[in-house]
Design a protein around this ligand. Sequence first.
Ligand code: BGC
Length: 252
Amino acid sequence: MTRRHDNQLLGIDIGASGIKAAVVDIASGELRSERHRVPTPAPATPERFGKAVRKVVAHLHYSGPVGCCFPTIVVGGEARSASNLGEHWIGVSVEETFSDATGLPFDVVNDADAAGIAEMRLGAGRDLDGTVITITIGTGIGSGMFRNGTLIPNLELGHMPGFDGEPIERYASGNARKRDDLSWPEWGQRFDYFLKRAARVCTPDHFVLGGGASKRFHKFSDEVTVTIPVHVANFLNDAGIVGAALVAAESR
Ligand code: BGC
């Protein structure tokens, strides 16, 4: 499929474990193609990522502008942190790497910022004013901050120090639940600790929870005692894809 309409763009969500992509209707956020997923290459080098992204684009027979989200701090299309990918990404232009690999124009933003944009524009955050913090729970903990709908990019709440001085995402992410073999309530207590720390630092009016674990909110909601209202994301695991496509649309 080539790009069928001006209001459809390809969104790609690069995660620490998978690369997910689909063509997105930017007015509704609905996926207009197959949701294609391939494993994230290991070792996680720019060359291997470029090849994987080229294959994903070819698989979807897509041609046109691409929105892409990436699991590091991203400034001007460039990775500015190692996060879960490795130090070698710091200073690499992710936009240029993928544009060169595919011959298509790329807009690249942080993955949690993209997921937050999807929720704030078209999902669970659509009617929320004031300061909204969107959280993605996965390999790490990603965070997006919005003030009356405007993104303040690259908030890294998952990197607040935890009990042991290590980034708090190592204690409270979805990966930590699996690694430490925690029940949902046990993990929910850790996550609640994270939310309370985030609330103390940022005083948001709302939290919106997305990413893998948010689909299981009913399994840990009893442990969430933070006093800020908590909403569950609408786009769940597709939020990054949808938000990335919206970012590309908004930049044009
Ligand atoms: C990274 C963030 C990212 C999050 C979710 C964290 O480790 O520092 O930039 O948004 O993981 O992928």
